[in-house]
Ligand binder design. Structure first.
Ligand SMILES: Cc1ncc(COP(=O)(O)O)c(C=O)c1O
Length: 497
């Protein structure tokens, strides 16, 4: 409790609160004194008050420097160089109204009461910026990490790695979970355990994060790309058939942006052609296919706990499986290929892909609240879809009847009929403090993998897709602000066309 409360306070201070006392100076103070206030508060400005403590002006470090360059001495009073009529707002002014007053030059606006006393500072960065994602680390993370440090278990020994693995197995409905240092290592380790190597081919969707293909390349095998479905954005089982050759060893379906891939046809193809299936569930913790958790299908599931994922350990990953042989081999290869019976005896060339006790401690705390994190992700997605439904030229993410999506990133398509391009929409949202990110480039166009093949659906999704802010910490009014901005930008531009 104590740790959580202290941590929350730190986070709150960093994100929201501005200590107004640190921004103020008296109108009679010298520009040297004012500069000291500016340097200390780090915001690049000082708010000036008169004898009766009423706001009378504002000076930026630029104003002071220009005055000095123009010949003013350091003893010059701040009231002689400050801006006497800067933009200010009254208490109670709507956030949107304040945002409209901001520009590349005006990033801070004093908020005054009816007596012209300063009650706050509307600061662009503090009040209006909406990131695409941010982790929520507000449970017992600090308590558990402190336990690791206090007990000296900071490396990969200690109780939290096993606890994290056991709890993840319970969450994921699998017999075994093996914690590793990141999601890419999980994929590589899975492929190595299954014996994938030089001369083999592994089928992957071209629309994914590059790590899916890179992990295949690390083994010496060749990633063979397949196009995706138009609605789920996931690997198209119909097109997998054409990519299977005598060299194919495995298929890696990716549950992109939190929506599960269509597993049944993939599994039956795999069975027919004797292929392994490795789920890349890096973005889909807790997603379900026909009521079954992703990562629990044969043969192996791979997860990432990078900072932007559904749960995080900073960097981290997990292999899940129901197969005891795969689990045993993964445990050995994770730890330099060392025999579990004979210390420092290495029957295999393994890797150091261990997760630390400290990272696992964060993971245990994150897992304790994963149900609520997923619930909020889904609620945010529902609100986005409700607000954006029917907006011309905006295509919303689907949730198939057989799927439970966790909406890792709420991602949309911007069609030509929206009126402006995807990139211009992103720029205009950014001007309003709303961060977005483009959907991944298809891997087959990246320099290491480029060939002349065309995968039109992935290419189109990549060209038109953007991910909207998707942090679990998003507030309802922020989602409303984002949706309103998307509607307004499209409408405004549409009229001019
Ligand atoms: C689909 C996919 N696969 C694999 C990875 C790799 O995970 P990590 O960054 O933990 O190595 C990611 C992570 O971003 C991902 O999105």
């Amino acid at each position: 409790m104590l740790f959580a409360a202290r941590y929350n306070k730190i986070k709150l201070r960093a994100k929201m609160a501005i200590d107004i006392r640190k921004l103020k100076t008296d109108s009679e103070s010298s520009i040297k004194e004012a500069m000291r206030v500016i340097d200390k508060n780090g915001l690049g400005l000082v708010l000036v008050t008169d004898k009766r403590k009423k706001f009378c002006g504002l000076a930026t470090d630029g104003d002071v420097r220009r005055a000095v360059l123009a010949g003013c001495g350091w003893k010059t009073r701040i009231k002689d160089v400050m801006q006497k009529n800067p933009v200010v707002v009254r208490a109670g002014t709507d956030k949107e109204e304040i945002l409209k007053l901001m520009s590349s030059k005006i990033r801070h606006i004093p908020i005054l009461d009816e007596n012209n006393k300063i009650i706050n500072l509307a600061s662009y960065a503090h009040f209006f910026h909406i990131p695409v994602t941010e982790p929520e680390i507000e449970g017992k993370e600090l308590e558990y990490v402190t336990d690791c440090i206090a007990t000296g278990w900071v490396s990969s020994g200690g109780k939290y790695v096993k606890l994290f693995e056991d709890n993840f197995s319970e969450f994921c409905q699998t017999k075994y979970s093996i914690a590793v240092s990141n999601g890419t290592a999980a994929l590589h380790l899975a492929l190595a355990v299954l014996g994938v190597g030089k001369g083999d081919e592994v089928i992957v969707p071209t629309l994914s994060f590059i790590a899916t293909a890179n992990a295949v390349s690390y083994t010496g095998a060749k990633p063979v790309f397949v196009d995706v479905q138009k609605d789920t954005w996931n690997i198209d089982p119909e097109k997998i058939k054409d990519a299977i050759t005598s060299r194919t060893k495995a298929i890696i379906p990716v549950h992109l942006y939190g929506h599960p891939a269509d597993m049944d046809p993939i599994l039956s193809l795999a069975k027919k052609h004797k292929l392994y299936v490795i789920e890349d569930a890096a973005e889909a913790h807790g997603a379900e296919y026909k009521g079954k958790k992703v990562g629990s299908f044969p043969d192996v599931g791979c997860f990432s706990f990078f900072g932007n994922k559904i749960i995080t350990t900073g960097e981290g990953g997990m292999i899940t499986t129901n197969n005891p042989d795969i689990a045993q081999k993964a445990i050995i290869l994770r730890d330099h290929g060392m025999s579990r019976e004979k210390k420092y005896w290495h029957p295999y060339i393994g890797f150091n892909y261990r997760l630390t006790n400290i990272q696992a401690a964060i993971g245990v705390a994150q897992l304790e609240k994963i149900a609520s994190l997923i619930k909020r992700k889904r609620e945010n997605a529902r609100l986005y879809s409700c607000l954006l439904k029917g907006v011309k030229g905006i295509v919303l993410p689907v949730e198939k009847k057989w799927a439970k999506s966790v909406y890792w990133m709420y991602s949309i398509l911007v069609e030509d009929s929206y009126g402006i391009s995807r990139d211009l929409l992103m720029r205009k949202l950014s001007e309003r403090g709303i961060d977005t990110r483009p959907v991944f480039y298809p891997i087959h166009i990246m320099p290491p993998y480029a060939d002349n093949k065309k995968f039109p659906i992935a290419e189109e999704i990549s060209r038109k897709g953007i991910s909207l802010p998707s942090a679990v910490s998003l507030k309802e009014d922020e989602i409303r602000r984002i949706a309103a901005a998307i509607k307004e930008i499209g409408r405004g531009r549409g009229k001019r066309c």
